[in-house]
Design a protein around this ligand. Structure first.
Ligand code: HEM
Length: 371
């Protein structure tokens, strides 16, 4: 029986084959009201870019900087400081500091280091692979920041627990786990920052120096955004890696071509980011009436920005004020992991579905036939 099409952009995220649906969205108007969602859809490259670039389209609903369920909690305190979750002057400086420090990471060294770590942790089963998709990128970020290897596994567990507070699908137990994880992460970063353990030349060192220069003194804000670097890495990079593994399984010509010309790995990853991206949508909220090519969106409306309908590598990493500063790092991490794992994975029988999510497409593998 043919697979029924997704009915909305949220169910499309974990649908087995959502891209015809996204193409149809892109062929329609760049901006439309969807009564079913009580909100607007921005689609295709034109709609996505117009909304993400518009100064009156903000990342949070007006007057609700922190979601109600997180107000007054450790997760809420972090959320309130994240550059990703805020607009405006107060966050412009911190945003620049983070982007500059991430931009200074030595990508060749990062690649060599990730390759080494990934080779040490070859996933020998579907279960190990599911864990490794999350762990390797987080271990690499923890390493970049200057944490000792003994600390990486717990940091990865806490980060995965913490990101549950960002998903509307999380239940009470997951939210409670996220709060405990938020406290643990803040504590670890506090120790790293204030007890003289900042490794000279590490990413953390660059961020601290940049913050000092920029006059960004609020230590709570620095700590929160360091946690933010781990949480931004978590789902998005696991999705990129996982979707690339799916591409290697489903597109038989990829691996032979890569074997013959290993320099094509980065191009293959860019192609995956375009064809089967890990982040499918993001949301914006209008703070005043906004007009796009004759369509008026009143103040106080939600717009679901359907990144996956843009059909473009760059769109999957956002655009405008909140564009992802970690794109190059994520691609290098995923490239190196795949180079380390591809041959072993080729022989592993795998089937897959997707982790429940309204915006991130992350495969979850199980032992099964070669799809
Ligand atoms: C495949 C992996 C990744 C994807 C697809 C991705 C995607 C995105 C997207 C779509 C946004 C914009 C969200 C919005 O405006 O609503 C974003 C923001 C961000 N990403 Fe990434 N990301 C990835 C990996 C990373 C990594 C590895 C890091 C850290 C090194 C990172 C750090 C950030 C930060 C700090 C922001 C907030 C930027 C701001 O608001 O100024 N991301 N990312």
């Amino acid at each position: 029986m043919p697979l029924a099409d997704p009915t909305d952009p949220f169910s499309a995220v974990t649908h087995a084959a959502p891209y015809d649906y996204y193409r149809r969205l892109a062929d329609g108007p760049p901006l439309r009201f969807e009564a079913q969602l009580d909100g607007w859809l921005a689609t295709g490259m034109a709609g996505v870019q117009a909304v993400l670039a518009h100064p009156a389209c903000r990342v949070r609903p007006p007057g609700q900087g922190v979601p109600h369920k997180l107000a007054g909690t450790p997760c809420g305190a972090i959320f309130a400081e994240l550059v990703r979750m805020n607009d405006g002057e107060r966050h412009a400086g911190p945003k620049q500091v983070l982007a500059r420090a991430l931009g200074q990471v030595d990508l060749a060294r990062l690649h060599a280091r990730t390759l080494h770590l990934a080779q040490e942790q070859l996933p020998g089963s579907a279960t190990r692979l599911n864990d490794a998709l999350f762990e390797l990128p987080l271990f690499v970020m923890a390493d970049l920041l200057g944490f000792a290897p003994a600390q990486w596994p717990l940091l990865a567990v806490w980060t995965r627990d913490f990101v549950a507070c960002l998903s509307p699908l999380s239940n009470g137990a997951q939210l409670a786990g996220a709060q405990a994880a938020a406290e643990a992460l803040l504590q670890r970063f506090t120790v790293l920052l204030w007890e003289g353990e900042v490794l000279p030349g590490s990413l953390l060192d660059d961020i601290v120096a940049g913050a000092r220069q920029a006059g960004w003194h609020a230590s709570g804000g620095v700590l929160a955004n360091l946690v933010g670097l781990l949480s931004q890495t978590c789902d998005a990079t696991a999705g990129l890696l996982g979707n690339a593994i799916v591409a290697l399984r489903t597109q038989a010509d990829f691996l032979p071509r890569l074997r013959a010309a290993p320099q094509l790995w980065p191009a293959m990853l860019r192609e995956v980011s375009r064809q089967d991206p890990s982040i499918h949508n993001t949301r914006r909220y209008t703070v005043e009436d906004v007009e796009f090519n004759g369509v008026c969106v009143p103040a106080g409306q939600m717009i679901v920005v359907v990144l996956a309908s843009a059909g473009h590598t760059e769109a999957g990493f956002g655009h405008g004020r909140h564009a992802c500063p970690g794109q190059a790092i994520a691609h290098v991490i995923a490239t190196a992991c795949l180079q380390a794992w591809a041959e072993g994975l080729e022989r592993m029988p795998l089937a897959w579905g997707y982790l429940p999510s309204l915006n991130a497409r992350i495969p979850v593998f199980c032992a099964g036939g070669i799809a």
